[in-house]
Design a protein around this ligand. Structure first.
Ligand SMILES: *[C@@H]1O[C@H](CO)[C@@H](O)[C@H](O)[C@H]1NC(C)=O
Ligand SMILES: *[C@@H]1O[C@H](CO)[C@@H](O)[C@H](O)[C@H]1NC(C)=O
Ligand SMILES: *[C@@H]1O[C@H](CO)[C@@H](O)[C@H](O)[C@H]1NC(C)=O
Ligand SMILES: *[C@@H]1O[C@H](CO)[C@@H](O)[C@H](O)[C@H]1NC(C)=O
Ligand SMILES: *[C@@H]1O[C@H](CO)[C@@H](O)[C@H](O)[C@H]1NC(C)=O
Ligand SMILES: *[C@@H]1O[C@H](CO)[C@@H](O)[C@H](O)[C@H]1NC(C)=O
Ligand SMILES: *[C@@H]1O[C@H](CO)[C@@H](O)[C@H](O)[C@H]1NC(C)=O
Ligand SMILES: *[C@@H]1O[C@H](CO)[C@@H](O)[C@H](O)[C@H]1NC(C)=O
Length: 731
């Protein structure tokens, strides 16, 4: 009956695991999901309590030892008639289907021993011609080395394992290969390979295949609007592609339920008596716009004051001197220490690694604007060795992670990249590269990542070096292994998984390109490059309420009054002008304007003179045009203006302006400082209506017609200095 009825056969999975790596945990998760019966590291059977733990076990286990352990296990199980055994290596494998399916396929294959097959031959290429040729599918016995590990099925009762004899340090790969290549043994053992990958899918060379076959393959796993499909029972790959797949298989994520296990391992911070101790490493590697805002956000994270290491370049010296007091405890590494970026990052990570009370290391580059104050807590709650929050360049596909790597280790776009960036797929994603901002567990730094110098590797930039080191933790050891070929597969890939979460909005990435630092207040010029941050810094908090709540006033007929600038915008513009310093002196002769003569001159500086014309006109189009449209309905302005300037009124020089019309369709007039604190007097009077506004508000603008109806004058400033910004729009 055993050959005809599946119901009476049982599947037992035997695996050897010496260390609980991230990959091993993922393997167990998928096994549990399908209710596989897994016997781990043979310790209750073949291992006889043999210790697999401690030290550098990985290196000391020979493949032969594995075969021996397996033999012992099988001898013990040999009398179990209906048992089918699946042996696998657990570090880089995911189950994508259940045991019933594997048993069914095993039965259909009609052999007693089935090995996984693959298209590449390893370790000994010379053996190629000894392989029986196949009409289609993969020819070679799965070679644990480069790609995946042994995966084979057999029934112990019928497999004559007694004759399997080799030493602990022999290469098990070669052993099985030779067994298979010997025609007599092959026949005796009734052995075959899973040429068509009915059972075992080795993903390493198969990625392209899956893509090509996507229309014809029957799919079990569907995502990406059904574009990419996989057909797997049991899949393999030692490389990144498996990490990608693991985000979806088995049933880890789909469009209906989203992420199934993202929060399974979460810790609850509210239950901790004391929050974990976090060391923040801040890296300012190039002139970065909106640095004060960056520090402000860092300091207002919802987390008790942390200690920080700040590595910075020269240009923030001034800023740093002003703000250092904001940190409770910190170490500053300035340009004088002449560290490379990699060295600085190593140093920051070491500070946490060497301090056993450091629970987390939070690395942040200065171009990360964390707008979510809960970010740090949320990341800690995810309880991963390395995790970063998704941050993206506003409105762009640029982000702080890569979904895939190209063959040479650089950026490649994964099928799901755009969806993750745009948060159409939400979850916690295992990815091969991240940068700019991430959290690393202190315990991981003192264990898996205990080697130092992670940020310096060949000629890679520091982030790429770190990610590669984390992904491929075994690579270092290969160097000092006596025989890389035979030992390669014996060592567990200890690669630490790196995750990016987009379960919440966390913030954005600043663009540091085109940051001209030759001005006094450089951020003012960022209206094109970083429009969101520019708006946040310079546009009045209640500006949008003009449109939503009619937040404006009309103090005189057709004179509209509305908030537009923040105090910072006003202050920086004034500073910029004073820094420039060449006030016109209010003379009639004026070389700056066509004709060279101004009938109603003011003491002013043109935007053009400080190189701010382009930015100012953009500001007019973005922020003034919509208001114009609201108050003068039907009038579409293109925001064209030749005369844009800041006027200075002071009793010593020019204190008022006589009644005049403006050469504009309409004029804006923004107050740049406070009446009573900064000056006395001032204001504006419109003659036709006998109407004066004597208490201008800092950051608020008037908007009024320039000619005909709105003859106006500037009222005398009696003390202090009054500044206003003026534009004659659509002259
Ligand atoms: C080996 O097996 C024993 C018993 O099943 C288990 O407690 C131990 O965690 C396993 N070792 C590893 C590294 O998984
Ligand atoms: C393997 O054994 C089965 C019966 O158990 C037999 O039908 C099949 O032909 C054998 N295959 C080979 C290649 O010997
Ligand atoms: C896909 O799965 C179907 C059904 O399980 C099977 O018939 C087919 O051969 C598989 N194709 C591949 C390429 O694995
Ligand atoms: C800084 O380091 C570079 C290269 O590491 C070296 O050429 C340079 O002389 C160093 N400068 C100082 C001031 O130490
Ligand atoms: C930076 O600004 C200064 C002053 O406006 C200007 O002279 C210079 O050309 C600008 N540099 C770049 C690279 O745009
Ligand atoms: C914005 O308006 C609210 C009331 O609507 C006010 O409390 C707040 O102070 C205003 N913000 C600024 C910056 O003036
Ligand atoms: C203008 O208004 C003021 C009071 O605001 C008033 O005293 C004055 O007489 C008015 N002048 C004219 C010409 O209406
Ligand atoms: C003028 O302003 C200064 C400071 O800004 C102040 O000390 C002085 O009292 C003011 N004078 C008058 C007449 O208000």
């Amino acid at each position: 009956y055993k050959s005809c009825s599946l119901f009476f056969r049982k599947l037992l999975v035997l695996t050897v695991a010496t260390e609980e790596t991230d990959g091993f945990r993922r393997f167990m998760q998928s096994a549990n999901y399908f209710n596989y019966n897994v016997k781990l590291n043979c310790s209750s059977g073949a291992g006889n309590g043999e210790s697999w733990k401690g030290g550098d076990v990985g290196r000391s286990i020979g493949g032969g030892q594995k075969v021996r352990l397996l033999k012992e296990a099988m001898e013990e199980l040999a009398d179990q008639e209906d048992l089918v055994i699946l042996t696998v290596d657990s570090y880089d494998l995911i189950f994508a289907g259940g045991p019933e399916e594997i048993l069914k396929k095993f039965q259909q294959a009609n052999h007693k021993v089935i090995f996984a097959a693959e298209g590449l031959i390893w370790p000994d290429k010379r053996l190629a011609e000894k392989y029986p040729s196949v009409r289609s599918g993969k020819r070679y016995l799965n070679s644990g080395g480069k790609t995946c590990k042994f995966c084979w099925l057999f029934s112990p009762k019928e497999s004559n394992v007694a004759q399997w004899d080799l030493h602990d340090n022999d290469d098990d790969q070669l052993f099985y290969t030779k067994m298979y290549l010997d025609p007599l043994q092959r026949l005796n053992l009734n052995m075959t390979l899973d040429h068509k990958c009915q059972i075992f899918q080795n993903l390493n060379g198969a990625v392209g295949e899956n893509r090509r076959k996507k229309k014809t393959t029957k799919s079990r796993v569907k995502f990406g609007a059904g574009l990419q499909t996989f057909n797997l029972s049991c899949c393999f790959s030692s490389q990144m592609y498996l990490n990608y797949l693991g985000n979806y298989v088995p049933d880890a994520w789909n469009y209906e339920h989203g992420c199934a296990h993202c929060n399974d391992d979460n810790v609850d911070l509210t239950e901790m008596r004391e929050l974990p101790n976090v060391l923040v490493g801040v890296f300012i590697e190039q002139p970065t716009p909106f640095l004060p805002e960056f520090f402000h956000r860092l300091l207002t994270l919802d987390y008790p004051r942390t200690s920080s290491e700040v590595y910075h370049e020269k240009h923030i010296q001034r800023f740093w001197e002003d703000n250092r007091n904001a940190f409770s405890s910190f170490k500053v590494v300035g340009p004088e220490e002449n560290l490379s970026q990699g060295e600085a990052r190593n140093m920051g990570m070491d500070l946490c690694r060497q301090d056993s009370s450091c629970d987390y290391y939070f690395s942040m580059d200065s171009d990360v604007m964390l707008t979510n104050r809960q970010t740090l807590k949320m990341l800690i709650e995810q309880n991963r060795k390395i995790i970063g929050p998704l941050v993206t360049r506003q409105g762009k596909l640029w982000s702080n992670f890569w979904g895939a790597l190209s063959l040479d280790g650089y950026y490649a776009r994964s099928e799901d990249y755009v969806d993750i960036v745009q948060r159409k797929r939400v979850g916690v994603w295992n990815i091969p590269f991240m940068a700019h901002v991430y959290l690393v567990q202190g315990t991981a730094l003192r264990n898996e990542l205990k080697e130092r110098n992670h940020f310096v590797l060949e000629k890679l930039d520091p982030d790429m070096a770190f990610c590669r080191n984390a992904r491929e933790l075994t690579s270092h050891r290969e160097k000092d292994s006596p025989s890389p070929e035979s030992f390669h597969m014996l060592r567990p890939p200890k690669g630490v998984f790196m995750y990016i979460t987009n379960q919440h909005e966390f913030g954005r990435l600043i663009s540091t390109a085109n940051y001209n630092i030759s001005h006094y207040n450089n951020d003012l010029w960022q209206i094109f490059e970083n429009p969101v941050d520019w708006k946040e810094k310079y546009i009045h908090q209640n500006y949008t309420q003009i449109f939503t709540h009619n937040y404006m006033e009309e103090p005189c007929p057709d004179v509209f009054w509305f908030p537009v600038f923040t105090e910072t915008a006003c202050d920086e513009l004034v500073q910029e002008m004073e820094h420039f310093g060449s006030w016109s002196g209010g003379r009639h002769e004026d070389k700056r304007i066509s004709g060279g003569y101004e009938t109603v001159p003011t003491d002013d500086i043109h935007m053009k003179q400080i190189g701010f014309e382009k930015e100012w006109l953009h500001f007019l189009r973005e922020f003034i045009s919509p208001v114009t449209l609201k108050v003068f309905s039907g009038y579409y302005t293109k925001g064209y203006a030749v005369m844009n300037f800041v006027v200075k009124y002071t009793p010593d020089r020019q204190s008022y302006l006589r009644p005049h019309h403006d050469s504009s369709t309409f004029t804006i007039n923004v107050a740049l400082n406070h009446k009573d604190t900064d000056f006395q007097g001032g204001g504006c009077r419109f003659h036709r209506y006998n109407c004066s506004i004597e208490s201008p508000r800092k950051g608020w603008s008037f908007m009024h017609p320039g000619r005909l109806t709105h003859l106006h004058e500037g009222l005398p400033t009696t003390n202090g200095t009054r500044y206003i910004a003026i534009s004659f729009i659509d002259p």
